[in-house]
Write a protein that binds this ligand. Structure first.
Ligand code: M6R
Length: 644
């Protein structure tokens, strides 16, 4: 995720901004930049890669290497500025796409976390008013829109600009004409204001502030902070002054990095509702955006907007997906590890929603087999990192065979993204824990969207069905949130079960596929021997291993197969296994049979893996913690497997 810092006070801004950015490095980034109110205007410096590159650039230009004194650098001396570490979304990592982004006059600079969903339309509109864009970023549209609305009052220009934005944002803004203030505004992307003595700061995350203050204000959605060196004013989105309550930060630096969570993995599990929203929302158009509608405007205006907007649709124009893709004879999905599990679920989703034949393959198997390839095949290659050696080799082989490639990846500008024909990004933000969580559920969101779009284009899904599916997708973030609220239950269960000798996950159809990922999570971080099998396979082998030392987690969300699951559970119980069931919250079907029941909200049976994996992720996490292990860094595993 990107990071924001801002400083205004009596001290030299550049060293403080650079230091602040370094405190945010743990969040992951691919480039960095600063803008400072210099003597003769805004000084903007940006660099692709590590903050060190930016620092070297600044030092080489303005001071001796390794110093921050800037004694001879009148140009960059300044006491107010903003800084940013970027995790690329729109446009690959590069100097020009780094933030701060400026307007055409160079008088307004903006740092931005989040995604401006209507940036395309805004850029078009601004282009007709003479703006030429330099970067591929959505943020450059914001800088130029502020400039368009600027009539001598930056606050007023910001208010008018954010009223026209769709999506999510945490923004830090400076303007040469108003060197004595920094403006910060947020919607769905965190920003915190730090109150110092004779200085004030903003940051997207507390660690960047801790050296200067522990007194902070958290900005709420659509609130605006105007920072001066000796005071901060807060406003609502109508420009009315508001009072806010100060918070004293107790966290030490290490827990601040994890947002107060004990581990990155737990933080990332909790980030799933937002990651799902960020991945879904830019791919929907028309009709009601319930979230947007809920957050502003009069009831009448919302009603009019809803009826004018027409039916809600999946819109993959952004990735260049057109009807020709849906004419494929076959879809082949290849990936490794967790991403392969997303592929297995993808196969079921494609069959369910689009009625098209799908093969799914582990990339390391595919690349050494002698697969039959056809130019009418479409390959979907899934990889969080976009750099996995086997996955890339499989993609290149498919390309050579004439197939067209859709990549699903979390890393903009990764090798996979560069080499594929189409790229659909998972907007999960960087995943730091080795065990994949939010990348997995957002991969599922992407694959479901593609499968549904295939279904629409192939005439398999009716408008009424599509409406229902979209409604189900839109409900998922809140449903995921609800599951997370019940985490204490899972923690308690893990504290009873963490020493089990073997844990089996079983289910049918989508539940089988979700079992694969659930078992992998547990073995990866708790080193428990865990396996997944299709519940129908129980009698064909796995039951030989079931005894009183076994825990069986039965995933039971495929309504038409509840009887079958009941019978499988009965069989493992008869051999002395403890059983936990994961099922719908409105079903008491398994209460009598299972020793423990974890409930998920009702959704389409084909979408359940996005929800049912969350209790399994939490269970794996709490088992690892109970065993005294570090879930973020499991032994022998690397985050990105770039060699065979
Ligand atoms: O970056 P990728 O998605 O291509 O990585 C694939 C696997 O290495 C990865 O999913 C691995 O299985 C994770 N450790 C799962 O938690």
């Amino acid at each position: 995720m990107c990071g924001i810092v801002g400083y205004i006070g009596d001290k030299e801004a550049v060293p403080i901004l650079l230091k602040g950015l370094k405190k945010l490095e743990y969040r992951g980034y691919d480039s960095a930049g600063i803008a400072v109110q210099g003597k003769t205007g805004l000084v903007v410096r940006k660099a692709k890669g590590l903050i060190k590159n930016l620092e070297e650039k600044i030092n080489a230009e303005f001071a001796g290497p390794g110093t921050h004194e800037f004694k001879d650098a009148e140009g960059i001396r300044g006491f107010a500025g903003i800084g940013h570490t970027r995790w690329a979304t729109h446009g690959e990592p590069s100097d020009v796409n780094s933030h701060p982004q400026t307007d055409v006059s160079g008088k307004i600079a903006v740092v931005h976390n989040g995604i401006i969903e209507n940036h395309g339309k805004l850029k078009e509109w601004l282009t007709t008013r003479g703006v030429t864009f330099q970067s591929e970023t959505d943020t450059e549209a914001v800088a130029n829109l502020i400039s368009y609305h600027y009539k001598g009052d930056l606050l007023q220009a910001v208010l008018e600009t954010v009223g026209r934005l769709e999506g999510s944002w945490g923004l830090g803004i400076v303007c040469t004409n108003e060197p004595d203030r920094i403006i910060a505004v947020r919607k769905e992307s965190p920003l915190v204001v730090g109150i110092g003595k004779g200085e004030n700061l903003i940051a997207s995350d507390v660690p960047a502030l801790l050296e200067y203050t522990r007194e902070v204000y958290y900005l709420e959605d659509r609130e605006i902070a105007v920072l001066h060196k000796d005071h901060v004013d807060f406003y609502n989105d109508e420009g009315q002054a508001i009072q806010k309550e100060k918070t004293h930060i107790e966290w030490d630096a290490a827990s601040a990095e994890k947002g107060g969570y004990e581990h990155f993995m737990l933080k990332e599990i909790h980030e799933q509702p937002k990651a799902l929203t960020d991945t879904l929302r830019p791919r929907l158009s028309g009709g009601a955006d319930t979230k947007g509608a809920a957050s502003g405007g009069s009831a009448d205006a919302k009603g009019a907007a809803l009826s004018a907007a027409g039916a809600r649709k999946i819109n993959l124009d952004e990735i260049g997906f057109d009807a020709s893709w849906a004419q494929a004879n076959r879809v082949v999905i290849t990936a490794c590890g967790t991403a392969w599990h997303a592929g297995v679920i993808g196969k079921y989703a494609f069959e369910h929603f689009a009625r098209i034949p799908v093969d799914v393959d582990v990339a390391s198997e595919f690349r050494y087999r002698d697969p039959i390839l056809n130019p009418k095949d479409i390959f979907i290659i899934i990889s969080q990192s976009g750099e996995t050696a086997d996955t890339l080799a499989a993609m290149r082989m498919a390309k050579k065979g004439g197939a067209r490639i859709i990549a699903i990846t979390n890393v903009v500008g990764s090798t996979l993204a560069r080499e594929a024909d189409l790229v659909m990004y998972t907007w999960a933000g960087p995943e730091i824990a080795v065990a994949s969580t939010k990348a997995f559920t957002t991969q599922l969101m992407c694959i479901n969207l593609i499968a549904l779009q295939f279904g629409v284009l192939r005439g398999v899904i009716s408008p009424a069905q599509l409406k229902e599916y979209i409604g189900a997708l839109e409900a998922l973030p809140a449903q995921a949130e609800k599951i997370l609220k019940g985490k204490e239950n899972i923690q308690r269960f893990a504290s009873q079960q963490f020493n089990k000798g073997k844990v089996f996950f079983m289910g049918r159809l989508f539940d089988y596929a979700a079992s694969l990922e659930s078992a992998l999570k547990l073995k990866e971080i708790s080193y428990t021997h865990s396996e997944a099998f299709a519940a129908g396979e129980l009698k064909h082998g796995p039951i030989a291993l079931v005894d009183t030392s076994t825990l069986v987690v039965a995933l039971c969300t495929q309504s038409a197969l509840f009887d079958k699951m009941e019978s499988s559970i009965t069989q493992v119980k008869a051999r002395g296994a403890a059983v936990a069931a994961i099922t719908y919250e409105d079903s008491d079907r398994f209460d009598r049979l299972a020793d423990e029941v974890f409930r998920i909200p009702r959704t389409d049976d084909g979408l359940t893996p996005i929800l049912s994996v969350i209790p399994a992720q939490l269970f794996a996490y709490y088992c690892a913690v109970q065993r005294g292990l570090d879930p973020d860094k499991p032994r022998n595993l690397a985050k990105s497997v770039t060699v065979e």
